[in-house]
Design a protein around this ligand. Structure first.
Ligand code: HT7
Ligand code: ZN
Length: 877
């Protein structure tokens, strides 16, 4: 397969003004009739171009142009296209009849069945599996859709927009509904759902007084579990009005939960389709993490209505235009609804855990890529999370007011269009009068910039200087890097722990508390500095960079105790813990044992008694860097056995030193009263669980009894699932009892039982691989269901580093075997699993060789999908 290049973008030769779709739904043979109003695009650079429509896995039944059925010689058909060489000069009507088989569609792209429900996924290029079409985001059309089905099998018939009509046909044997979406949209936002579903409903009045009917469709019996999603939706709608002045624009907004879904959810206009895992929640079935995820994904998909749907992307290279911006918006929503600093910590953790390794490995790519083979491979942490960081930096550089003006201008100017990153940036440049040309490099230059900060204090002159140097490492296809515009929010702490005023003659390199680093090296000198300060750099994580500052352990403890920027208090703790663990790994690799750790334990202990800190924040302090974070930090010659042991060493040391304090936290925060998912209560549960996790590492009878007690007496899933994970990782007799108990309680619930698969997949016990392999044959496991694959295989490969990276390489072999099996029917999921091996070059030589052997097996496979083929080539390159 040949790459597609951004530089080759050309406007479409044809436009499609309106689309009429008629579906006769049938599990094995759905008939699709599509009537298109087509015209030549006046902006096209080509004259007399043939009309080339995309199509895959379709049975073509008829092509009718302006009422005349075309003969076989009047069109050309390939496996991926339908070409009509001769078309009228004037606008014309094209009717295309196709037949498709949703029951056999396990790729979950196009029209498929999920537990008996017909549903669609058209982003990025699934519409071409429904009918022949110009499947590209810059072709915007209005859609009218008629769905017809067996009323017993599919009493609910949904599509985009507002419902115009419904009724019965064939003497009640069939029924139908007609939907119309007045907003022109690209075909990737088309959706239909038909099935036997239950629902909950609510009303929403927009700021300007329009009534919107909100409905969430779920499996029968699960209605109560949709209440939180509905609550989240209403709050999102209100927030978007208040924060961005964006109102909803249809009479109804529908959400449908389906079980089989390749990603989290999809923002189809007026008809969002969700992975049921991200809709269904009750205190007994879902953890706080799930409640939070539901809130943020419901918000994310809703926010796409403006950033993605009303203004869409000109081409798939501009994916970050909708995804980065919408992630930024959902992060801000969560920050406003919950604790801003805890939200920031969680977003930065996520960025560092997924995007930083991506950006420093073989899959590194610019936020706006310049070429791709398979677009589905570019729904990445870089496009989403780094894309969101770029928008955040724009807000930081411009300030809240100018940022909002820029957004207003973007909405006003590009509403109803398919836009580009340049057009987006131009809006901010225009409202602020700033030159954002250097800043634009963030979209085109891959790799995480390193910023090194050196300090010097001149006591006599009372000056303090920061010398900042930036470099961006080489990444695939990019050897030369240019200096970026990096906004660094800073503070200087005096000896009393308070911020010193920032006085400097640095000109516009410092604005308020933001240093604009634009040169490869820049020195900022602060004047009137009475004593050597402690620098607090990159406050709020104001730019997605690796920062290196000279800070002693004493400085880190000082920042943890005093920094007015709460994010940097957490960052100090995290850096301190990371340094300690890396030292422990180094010692272990030399056959020694590091004696460090007490310093960190002491600093942590002091922070935990600070009652000015809310519990969610204290929980974040107790959560040590993960084993994968440590591997990323070490970056080369990685030995996961040493990392696992160092992680356990520090965890146990803290648990021993702080045993009473942690036990007291666990006891005092015991759940009392009815469950509430709000941030304050969730924070207490998080702190309680974090304390238990540290204690459980001791493996003592007391610790295990405490964990088992939490599991068996849990009044909610947040407590139960956490304790189950800890027991599953232990060698205690309660391990089996708890797992069996959980299975008995939940085996009939296809959503909740995934927690049971996850607990076993993540267990660092030596037989983990055998257990996971056996579970792939379990009756509740289904390799065609992405949630099951992610729960078991994904969690094993990504969340169980010590067992996945077994020294004998059997973990890699297992993964490759599963990937090849899945690739036969769902390439998107298969390619995503390969991510687990992207850092193979950083491994120590023995594991590296075994990982390479396993990857090579994929290249030898006769017929890998385009998705897997592209990733494996890039990983091995
Ligand atoms: N925009 C949506 C992306 C998505 C997707 C992409 C490819 C294949 C399946 C998919 N399901 C959803 C989701 C989002 O970012 O909001
Ligand atoms: Zn999105």
């Amino acid at each position: 397969p040949r790459p597609i290049y951004l530089r080759d973008y050309r406007p479409p030769n044809f436009l499609i003004k309106s689309v009429n779709l008629d579906f006769k739904l049938d599990a094995a043979a759905t008939k699709v009739r599509s009537r298109l109003k087509v015209r030549h695009n006046p902006k096209s650079q080509v004259h007399n171009a043939p009309l080339i429509l995309d199509g895959e896995n379709l049975k073509l039944d008829a092509v009718i142009l302006d009422g005349n059925t075309l003969t076989r010689s009047q069109y050309r058909l390939t496996k991926t296209s339908l070409t009509i060489p001769e078309t009228p000069i004037k606008p014309f009507t094209l009717e295309i009849h196709t037949t498709i088989d949703p029951s056999q569609n396990k790729s979950l792209q196009g029209l498929y069945r999920s537990r008996g429900v017909f549903c669609t996924q058209c982003e990025a290029q699934g519409f071409r599996r429904i009918t022949y079409f110009l499947d590209r985001p810059d072709v915007l059309s209005t859609y009218t859709v008629r769905l017809e089905a067996d009323p017993k099998e599919a009493p609910v018939l949904l599509s985009n927009g507002n419902r115009l009509e419904r009724g019965t046909s064939d003497r009640g044997e069939r029924h139908y509904a007609v939907w119309h979406d007045p907003h022109p949209k690209p075909c990737y936002l088309f959706a239909l759902v038909a099935g036997d579903l239950s629902s909950i409903a609510a009303d929403f009045k927009t700021a300007s007084g329009s009534d919107v009917g909100l409905t969430i469709y779920v499996e029968h019996g699960k209605e109560e579990r949709a209440a939180w999603a509905m609550d989240s939706l209403k709050r999102s709608m209100r927030w978007d009005e208040k924060r961005f002045g964006r109102e909803y624009d249809l009479e109804v907004f529908n959400i449908v939960a389906v079980s089989d879904f390749n990603m989290g959810a999809m923002e189809n206009k007026g008809l969002n389709i969700f992975n049921d895992r991200l809709v269904l929640a009750s205190p007994e079935t879902a953890t706080d993490t799930t409640f939070e995820a539901i809130e943020s994904v419901v918000a994310h998909e809703y926010f796409h209505n403006w950033t993605g749907n009303r203004i869409t992307c000109r081409d798939w290279f501009q994916l970050c235009l909708k995804e980065g911006l919408t992630v930024y918006r959902d992060q801000e929503f969560s920050a406003d609804e919950r604790s801003r600093v805890v939200q920031r910590i969680s977003d930065v953790r996520q960025l560092k855990a997924h995007q930083f390794p991506e950006d420093s490995g073989p899959l590194a790519h610019p936020v706006r890529p310049e070429s791709y083979i398979e677009i589905n491979n570019f729904y990445t942490a870089t496009v989403y999370e780094k894309g969101a960081e770029i928008v955040r930096m724009i807000a930081t550089i411009l300030g809240a007011e100018a940022f909002r003006s820029g957004m207003d201008l973007y909405f006003e100017r590009h509403d109803g269009e398919a836009a580009t990153i340049e057009q987006f940036l131009e809006c901010f440049a225009e409202v602020s009068g700033r030159d954002l040309s250097q800043f634009a490099l963030w979209y085109s230059q891959s790799g995480t910039p390193h910023v090194e900060c050196r300090t010097s204090y001149d006591k006599r002159a009372r000056t303090y200087s920061l010398t900042l140097k930036q470099t961006t490492p080489q990444t695939p296809g990019q050897q030369q890097k240019n200096p970026m515009h990096i906004p660094l929010r800073i503070g200087l702490l005096g000896p009393d722990g308070h911020d010193l005023p920032l006085t400097t003659d640095a000109g516009d390199a410092l604005q308020d508390d933001i240093i604009h680093l634009r040169q490869p090296s820049q020195t900022i000198t602060f004047t009137d500095v009475p004593a050597r300060p402690i620098p607090s750099v990159l406050r709020e994580f104001s730019a997605p960079v690796h920062l290196e500052v000279e800070l002693s352990e004493k400085d880190l403890a000082f920042l943890l105790a005093n920094d007015s920027d709460a994010f940097n208090r957490w960052q100090a703790a995290n850096t301190y813990a990371m340094r300690t663990m890396v030292a422990m790994v180094e010692a272990l690799s030399r056959g020694k044992r590091s004696s460090r750790g007490t310093g960190f334990a002491k600093a942590l202990s002091a922070a935990l008694v600070d009652d000015n800190l809310d519990w969610a924040f204290r929980a974040e302090l107790m959560r040590l860097p993960s084993q994968s974070d440590v591997a990323t930090e070490i970056g080369q010659n990685v030995d996961h056995t040493f990392i696992y042991r160092a992680h356990r060493q520090l965890t146990r040391l803290i648990a021993r030193r702080l045993e009473d304090q942690l036990a007291a936290i666990h006891d005092t925060l015991k759940e009392s009263g009815p469950f509430s998912p709000d941030a304050a209560n969730a924070g207490k549960r998080a702190a309680r669980n974090a304390a238990l996790q540290l204690l459980a590492s001791l493996g003592s009878k007391t610790a295990i009894n405490r964990t088992a007690d939490q599991y068996f007496n849990a009044s909610n899933m947040t407590e139960a699932a956490h304790a189950l994970n800890l027991l599953a990782a232990s060698n205690s007799p309660q391990r089996r009892t708890a797992l069996d108990h959980f299975y008995q309680r939940w085996h009939e619930d296809h959503v909740v039982i995934d927690t049971w698969f996850v607990a076993q997949a993540q267990s660092p016990r030596n037989n983990a691989l055998d257990v996971v392999r056996a579970l792939t044959r379990h009756e509740r496991f289904d390799i065609t269901a992405p949630n099951k694959v992610r729960a078991l295989i994904g969690n094993f490969a990504l969340m169980n580093p010590v067992q996945f990276n077994r020294p004998d390489g059997k973990g890699y072999e297992f993964l490759v075997e599963q990937i090849l099996a899945i690739d036969r029917f769902n390439p998107q999921i298969a390619a995503r699993l390969l991510n687990a091996m992207r850092s193979w070059r950083a491994l120590e030589p023995k594991r590296r060789k075994l990982a390479r052997n396993a990857l090579t097996k994929i290249t030898k496979h006769p017929d890998p999908s385009r998705d897997v083929h592209e990733i494996v080539l890039r990983i091995l390159d």
